[in-house]
Write a protein that binds this ligand. Structure first.
Ligand code: BES
Ligand code: ZN
Length: 632
């Protein structure tokens, strides 16, 4: 089959590494077009036939009916002779499809619904078709979208809407080729009620206007999972020349203080791994029901308000989302089986940024807490579980189910091992080159291993064998050569834990210099079973349940549940009613579900709290509580 030259260029741009990693060794020549294949079990799209390279989105956000309606108009590239282009959709209503300038009606069909994946939208093409226009509306239950009532916001007066597209939910709010290996640029026009402002993962307004119509441009090609939008009573304040925060007016000043290091983080990151390719870096603080800590939407990180602790102690999250501007957004996992290439790299990069900003003792605490999370996850999954491989096997599953701490922390420790093996300078030079060479491309584990062999180890196979790269990436559990974290600051915490267990009163412990991280280590290592009087003593001395720090609260509530410390049930319930961040909800509801009385309490709270949670969180908690809606 003959390729049009322009099609070939685009295809090469986005699929070169898919090709090289899967077929390079067998076929030798990556420019051999017969070697091209596209693998993504979570998308119906066939980009090697026809793919969307630019989106013009024109939508209206209707809060009354909780729908987004409008037109997604795509500029496309097709292989000569291709007969259709396929988009991913889920719960979308497709009203009309036209070709070119909108006057040529197109025939299209929606295929049968597949679990998790939704339905393929196949549009018949004419020879040389350049544009397809899809008129669509979302359904009120669209999984990516969370529509909040005014009561669910900080200001309590205006509604709010935000999207969460990763991993495969973009298709629930716009038709798109929804795989991380397919990139497109976009322009958008979004109409919202005049009292509100819209922002996207694109160039953003810095103030409201009186038309309620906002225009956006994203010049760099991005995969669909990075499509994002938020609409609400939002205000902008700058942090530095290239950085700033968006938040509801009552939150924005606290956010400006909390995230005051953004500009420094950006500079530090650029110094390490090369220029920031997205122009501005802003962050929006969402209402507390946002299901994640943060989401790396390009140019505009989405963040939970639960990281606003008042003392900047949880801002590693900003470093993390910023780091994704390189690892993830610039060099992207080719499909979700290689999720660790996004997250493991990002955790490594995040900790390097924090080390630069603070010091090694600070990041060794982060690494130690991460290691504890990893051990916990290994225990939960079982050390032989397939889900403990870095390279995942998510085909046929909801990718969300396999996205655990393994990608983050096992990934981190693998990269740290590489750093410790070759030395930091060499590893940094390698990474800087990696980001530059692979910018706006995809990466797979296999291609990464090739890069390591040639770029880091100069083909020295004995050293490669020593490290056990394959065991790390394609094997279960945690290999024996995992780097060891050493934290003197946590050793001091251990001393205080011991003192307390030997009878020193809680209020007399030496805790004055502790940061959030020492406290977390302390709380996590309290005995699993404690008497009521011990719980009471800790509660009185430290007041964890009413802490302004969500991480500390969540860690403490585990003990509250386990030891049935009913005195703090009020705070626990308030927390669960307000916060929708899955990382907190999952362990708390799981802990409650361990006893009959706990399960009853959990179900009672959940019945009330569930409407405040995003679908990403209810998906997880429904399973833990075996919730089928009949209790509603
Ligand atoms: N990209 C992730 C969030 C995500 C992962 C969404 C998988 C959907 C599927 C984001 O960068 C992230 O990792 N967030 C973490 C915070 C971070 C500091 C570890 C979170 O939300 O807890
Ligand atoms: Zn991340």
């Amino acid at each position: 089959m003959k390729l049009k030259p322009s099609f070939f260029l685009y295809l090469v741009a986005f699929s070169f590494l898919v090709i090289s990693c899967n077929d390079f060794s067998e076929n030798g020549d990556p420019s051999d077009s017969s070697a091209m294949k596209f693998e993504d079990a979570h998308s119906f799209a066939k980009p090697d036939q026809a793919f969307a390279k630019h989106l013009d989105l024109d939508v209206k956000v209707d809060f009354e009916n909780r729908v987004i309606t409008g037109v997604a108009s795509y500029e496309i590239e097709m292989r000569e002779g291709a007969e259709e282009i396929i988009f991913d959709t889920k719960d979308l209503r497709i009203e009309k499809v036209t070709l070119e300038n909108g006057e040529t009606p197109a025939t299209f069909s929606l295929g049968s619904e597949k679990e998790f994946l939704g339905q393929p939208l196949s549009i018949n093409l004419k020879p040389g078709t350049k544009r397809v226009n899809i008129t669509f509306s979302t359904s009120p239950g669209a999984e990516a979208l969370q529509w909040l009532t005014p009561e669910q916001t900080a200001g309590k007066e205006q509604p709010f809407l935000f999207t969460q597209s990763q991993a495969i939910l973009a298709r629930t709010w716009l038709p798109c080729q929804d795989g991380p290996g397919m990139r497109f640029t976009y322009n958008a026009k979004v109409e919202v009620p005049v009292e509100l402002m819209a922002v996207m993962s694109a160039s953003n307004p810095q103030a409201k206007n009186n038309t309620g119509i906002y225009s956006f441009e994203m010049k760099q090609p991005i995969p669909a999972y990075l499509m994002a939008m938020a609409v609400g009573d939002i205000e902008f304040k700058p942090v530095g020349p290239r950085t700033g925060v968006y938040a509801e007016p009552s939150v924005v000043d606290a956010a400006v203080y909390e995230f005051g290091e953004m500009e420094d983080m950006l500079k530090v990151a650029e110094n390490m791994y090369g220029p920031y390719r997205w122009e501005r870096y802003d962050l929006i603080v969402l209402p507390p029901s946002f299901p994640f800590g943060g989401m790396e939407n390009p140019r505009l990180t989405f963040a939970t308000p639960t990281v606003i602790a008042g003392d900047r102690s949880l801002t590693a999250l900003v470093a993390h989302e910023l780091a994704h501007s390189w690892s993830g957004n610039l060099v992207t996992n080719a499909n979700w089986n290689d999720f660790w290439l996004n997250e493991g790299f990002t955790v490594y990069f995040e900790r390097r940024i924090m080390e630069e900003l603070y010091d090694r003792s600070y990041t060794e605490m982060l690494a130690m807490l991460g290691f504890q999370d990893l051990e916990e996850t290994m225990k939960e999954l079982g050390p032989q579980s397939r889900d403990t491989h870095l390279k995942l096997a998510l085909d046929g599953r909801n990718p969300d189910d396999g996205m655990t701490d393994i990608a983050y922390e096992k990934g981190y420790f693998f990269l740290r091992l590489l750093e410790e093996t070759v030395g930091r300078d060499k590893f940094d030079a390698f990474l800087r080159n990696y980001f530059e060479e692979n910018a706006f491309k995809v990466m797979t584990s296999e291609a990464f291993v090739e890069e390591l062999k040639t770029g880091l180890f100069d083909g020295d196979s004995t050293r490669i064998a020593e490290i056990g790269i394959n065991d790390w990436i394609y094997g279960p559990g945690l290999p024996h050569n995992c780097p060891v974290v050493s934290s003197d600051r946590f050793l001091e915490v251990n001393d205080q834990l011991e003192a307390w267990q030997n009878g020193t009163k809680a209020k007399d412990l030496k805790t004055a210099s502790w940061t959030t991280h020492e406290w977390l280590h302390f709380i996590r290592h309290l005995p699993a079973e404690m008497k009521r009087k011990d719980m009471k003593q800790l509660d009185k001395a430290f007041g964890f349940a009413a802490s302004g720090n969500s991480e500390i609260q969540a860690a403490w509530f585990i003990h509250v549940i386990r030891n049935e410390y009913s005195k703090n049930y009020g705070e626990l319930e308030d927390f669960l009613m307000r916060v929708g961040r899955r990382k907190f909800l999952k362990p708390l509801y799981s802990e409650m579900a361990k006893s009959q009385s706990g399960l009853e309490m959990a179900r009672e709270i959940y019945a009330q709290a569930r409407p405040n949670y995003h679908s990403v969180s209810t998906g997880t908690i429904d399973e833990i509580l075996k919730w089928d809606g009949s209790d509603l």
